[in-house]
Ligand binder design. Structure first.
Ligand code: C2E
Ligand code: MG
Ligand code: MG
Length: 504
């Protein structure tokens, strides 16, 4: 019938041979003589053309899985190979800042670097967007070999473009496992990288798999979770470095889910940023913080500024922006009490594409903090923005005391931001030596487990109430007094800390 209608008929079929190899065959029919009902059938094996990626010239997903199957067929031991997964982190920024062709250059560069690397892959491919997989001899999976692939640079039109990746590693446990599952496990492991600059890789274990919530699960449950108020702020107090007193706090989102239990933002914010919905969560957190501040003021209690995190995606959402303007215009809860933390990477997005937001911040006198400073974007992007506080990232603080340059860097940044009229918070402070150094070099505030972990609202309120009862500290005498007071404080809050730690 089709031949009569259009004079041509074609279809593709997948053929599985005895050893489970799949090939793809294209059948094409042409009528050549209607009188005698003669037809030509052309049959062509198109497996190889469907298995290649045009951008890199290497295999694509189908081709890669096929090749892995072939390589493993000759393997006798499960210890022989590992599956590694690389996810390029900064591709979105590169596309925005330098254009799509520059992004393509990065992808091609990573593909060839991976192929020629010391990992010596026996199969490797760009499987989708900026995701690469490689089957590599297990003996080649060393920290150095992985690390050297996680921080790279290439050139595009005489410009150097640095980029970085995170990596997930799965050491094969069975040769019978489907290659797609091996890839899935390497991918899950990469989601648990929590220090992408210092340790950008993670090895898979079954425990990770239990804790992993896939992007689609987060997205599917979002409406219901918002309706049930499952996203709540936890508060991490930030203390004055000289007095040890709480002078502000950061609100950090937690998802208290009936299915998954207590979920940290690292497990759901990236999914929501990628697939949409983060601004609805951010708005919910900002509104809850706002309500807390309003009720403290109405009850005549002490209130400290609370910072909420905003994501660059939020600024593309009209209802988030309107909500933000409403908060900024409120006369009771002034903009000093509800402030916004934006990361260096968000700022580069804003100044490139959305200067209206910067104008809006200025117009409504929003109080902005620069979050995670030191994670590696450019200073120039900070020029246009009025910010009151810069938060030095934990990766800078972790290095304190390890070498002279690391110490000098923090000292210099503090001096520089003071000259710009901003205060400085050190994030992720866990040790007394770090506190002492930061105090010596004039850092203003400290946020970190050394003082307080993030805590639920009820505990935070109790802590603020206790803090209000304490005697004020004179700053001149503070240096000696604080450390005595700290001990008293610590004793007082021991109980509180213990329950915090349990919650964390
Ligand atoms: P961030 O804004 O830089 O928040 C600081 C993170 O460092 C928090 O992790 C905090 O618990 C952790 N931290 C603080 N002190 C220490 C310490 O001494 N040691 C260690 N190891 N960690 C410390 P958390 O709560 O898991 O948040 C992770 C990130 O998730 C945040 O980093 C922020 O970027 C994002 N996030 C959190 N809440 C929200 C939110 O409501 N909206 C958006 N868009 N992002 C959020
Ligand atoms: Mg923050
Ligand atoms: Mg931070």
């Amino acid at each position: 019938r089709k031949l009569r209608e259009v004079n041509f008929y074609q279809f593709i079929a997948r053929k599985k041979s005895g050893n489970n190899e799949v090939s793809v065959i294209m059948f094409t029919f042409f009528p050549i003589d209607d009188d005698h009902n003669l037809i030509i059938l052309a049959k062509r094996d198109v497996t190889s053309t469907l298995e290649y990626d045009i951008l890199t010239g290497g295999r694509n997903r189908i081709g890669f899985l096929h090749l892995v199957q072939q390589r493993l067929r000759n393997s006798t031991s499960t210890d022989e190979y590992s599956m590694v997964f690389f996810n390029i982190q900064s591709l979105h920024h590169i596309n925005v800042l330098h254009g799509i062709t520059a992004g393509d250059t990065v992808l091609q560069h990573f593909y060839s670097t991976l192929g020629n690397s010391n990992l010596q892959p026996v199969a490797y491919a760009r499987v989708e967007a900026d995701h690469f997989y490689a089957l590599v001899p297990r003996s080649q999976v060393t920290e150095d070999n992985i690390h050297s692939l996680c921080r790279l640079e290439t050139t595009y039109k005489d410009k150097t473009i640095p980029y970085h990746c995170v990596c997930g590693i799965y050491h094969l446990t069975s040769l019978k496992e489907l290659p797609a599952n091996m890839c899935g496990k390497a991918n899950v492991a990469a989601n648990f990288v929590n220090d992408p600059f210092n340790k950008p890789w993670k090895e898979f274990d079954e425990e990770l798999s239990k804790r992993y919530i896939s992007d689609s699960e987060v997205i599917d449950r979002l409406d219901q979770a918002l309706a049930n108020n499952e996203f709540v702020p936890y508060y991490q107090p930030i203390v004055n470095v000289r007095t040890g007193r709480i002078e502000m706090a950061e609100a950090l989102a937690r998802w208290i889910s009936p299915e998954y239990g207590f979920v940290s933002p690292g497990y759901f914010i990236p999914s929501l940023e990628k697939h949409g919905g983060v601004s609805r969560v951010d708005m919910s957190i900002a509104n809850q913080v706002f309500e807390l501040q309003r009720s403290r003021l109405r009850e005549g209690k002490n209130a400290v500024p609370i910072d909420v995190n905003v994501s660059w995606v939020d600024f593309g959402d009209a209802s988030f922006v309107n909500n933000l303007i409403n908060h900024l215009q409120d006369e009771e809860v002034t903009s000093d009490l509800c402030r916004y933390e934006i990361t260096e990477s968000t700022i580069s997005e804003l100044s490139e594409s959305n200067s209206k937001i910067i104008d809006l911040f200025k117009q409504y006198k929003a109080k902005l903090l620069i979050d995670d400073f030191g994670q590696g974007y450019s200073f120039s992007t900070m020029r246009d923005l009025d910010f009151c506080i810069v938060k030095l990232d934990k990766s800078l603080i972790d290095k304190l005391g390890t070498n002279r340059k690391a110490d000098l860097l923090v000292d210099t940044f503090i001096g520089m931001f003071h000259k710009m009229g901003a205060k400085v918070v050190a994030e992720g402070v866990e040790k007394l030596q770090q506190v002492e150094y930061l105090r010596r070099v004039g850092c203003d505030y400290i946020q970190g487990y050394y003082f307080y972990r993030p805590m639920p609202q009820s505990e935070f309120i109790a802590l603020l109430d206790k803090e209000a009862e304490m005697q004020p500290i004179q700053e001149e005498k503070a240096s000696e007094q604080v450390w005595v007071e700290r001990e008293i404080l610590e004793a007082q809050y021991d109980q509180l800390k213990k329950s915090n730690e349990e919650a964390a």
